[in-house]
Design a protein around this ligand. Structure first.
Ligand code: NAD
Ligand code: AHE
Ligand code: ZN
Length: 369
């Protein structure tokens, strides 16, 4: 079938709206009509060429929501008409990783996903017979996409697509980093570096679990108002303080953070996030994704003296199980997504949506079809 998609032909260049040929779902696969998709910084990171796994041409996008149109042979958990959120972290419930109960990193299809193809090794997307890669197994910058059944979360039908699409990445990543990965406890002091789509969800989760100080760090002063609305108690702009940031934060928290979260993708900030943690027990969670060739460093003494460095992907969430629950949280008014959707735009304006994100003028621009 012919579909409309924003295609990334080469790194570092704008996306191009194209008519793309999409093959119908094969065994174990599902055809989804995408109704809305957010733009996450990771899409921009891959488009920039910094992603060692980045493949071109590709259809990017991984923060979508839509409706099942058709299912392939053997699909049992989904049917046409189901409302769904695509999952870049699948949940097969059968692989060594799923069965371990120690990680959300289902590996059932990770190899082919990283090669930009479906589990049988081929792509469903092409233009004039030339193959277009899938991206993160989701490719939501298209009005129709195909996913494996294990990478689709079924959600309730009264949830608005243009809001709950953010649960496909930003919301779940931020909430999950706090709840699943760090396991922040009431009374803890928390420092959040980067107040974008991820960091603001870290903040709202920290408030939900009863954190004491919730310190937000961002170079953009415009991020302050919404962060405060979501629960930030103190704002720190590194460009406005006297002296170094780490001792400033240690002093502010009277000894260091119980938990810190790096939500930028800057390896220098990752070091600051670790080193502002409390001696003896502070835990720093790396959420941000850094470019090819970048490495983190610190004095091993920081770890010897009890600080812990961790990371999280998709907030440690098991998508088919956890995503429908987070949709319920939103529908029950327990979490705020409305304020994170700064702008809703037609897919034709996708390059403007990327520009707005780069200029720090939106938390999320959501594209509709
Ligand atoms: P975003 O662009 O919305 O937000 C980034 C924020 O960081 C902005 O507010 C910006 O002003 C601020 N910032 C930039 N440089 C800074 C600095 N040096 N000091 C302080 N603040 C600074 O991005 P996002 O969509 O929230 O994504 C954040 C990061 O998380 C990205 O690296 C993204 O790739 C990554 N990410 C990871 C996961 C995961 O599963 N681990 C999921 C989603 C996103
Ligand atoms: N391809 C990159 C890694 C990108 C990355 O870490 N992705 C996160 C999700 S970011 C969502 O916005 C993730 O889920 N990682 C686990 C995984 O298996 O990819 C690189 O550096 O190679
Ligand atoms: Zn993302």
């Amino acid at each position: 079938m012919d579909i409309q998609a924003a295609v990334a032909f080469t790194a570092g260049n704008p996306l191009s709206l194209e008519t793309v040929t999409l093959e119908l779902p094969q065994a174990g696969e599902v055809l989804i009509e995408i109704k809305a998709t957010g733009v996450c910084h990771t899409d921009a990171y891959t488009l920039s060429g910094a992603d060692p796994e980045g493949l071109f041409p590709a259809i990017l996008g991984h923060e979508g929501a839509g409706i099942v149109v058709e299912v392939g042979a053997g699909v049992t958990s989904l049917k046409p008409g189901d409302h769904v959120i695509p999952l870049y972290t699948p949940e097969c419930r059968n692989c060594e990783y799923c069965l371990s109960q120690k990680t959300n990193l289902c590996q059932a299809i990770r190899t082919t996903q990283g090669r930009g193809v479906m589990p049988n090794g081929t792509s469903r997307f092409s233009i004039d017979g030339k193959m277009i890669h899938h991206y993160m197994g989701t490719s939501t910058f298209a009005n129709y996409t195909v996913l494996p059944e294990i990478a689709v979360a079924k959600i309730r039908e009264d949830a608005p697509f243009e809001k709950v699409c953010l649960i496909g990445c930003g919301v779940t990543t931020g909430l999950g980093a706090v709840i699943n990965t760090a396991k922040v406890e009431p009374g803890n002091n928390v420092v959040v570096f980067g107040l974008g789509g991820i960091g603001l969800n870290v903040i709202q989760a920290a408030r939900m679990v009863g954190a004491n100080m919730i310190i937000g760090v961002d170079l953009n002063p415009k991020k302050r108002v919404l962060a405060e609305k979501l629960g930030m108690t103190h704002f720190v702009n590194p460009s406005e303080i006297d002296g170094d940031l780490v001792p400033y934060l240690v002093e502010l928290t009277k000894g260091g953070a119980d938990y810190s979260f790096e939500c930028i993708g800057n390896v220098n900030v990752m070091r600051q996030a670790l080193e502002c943690c409390h001696k003896g027990w502070g835990v720093s969670v790396v959420v941000g994704v850094a470019g090819a060739g970048q490495e983190i460093s610190t004095r091993p003494f920081q770890l010897v003296t009890g600080r812990v460095w961790k990371g999280t992907a998709f907030g440690g969430a098991r998508g088919r199980t956890d995503v429908p629950k987070i949709v319920d949280w939103y529908m029950d008014g327990k979490i705020n997504i409305d304020d994170l959707v700064t702008k809703i735009m037609p897919i034709e304006q996708i390059n403007e949506a990327f520009d707005l994100m780069h200029r720090g003028e939106v938390i999320r621009a959501v594209l509709t079809f």
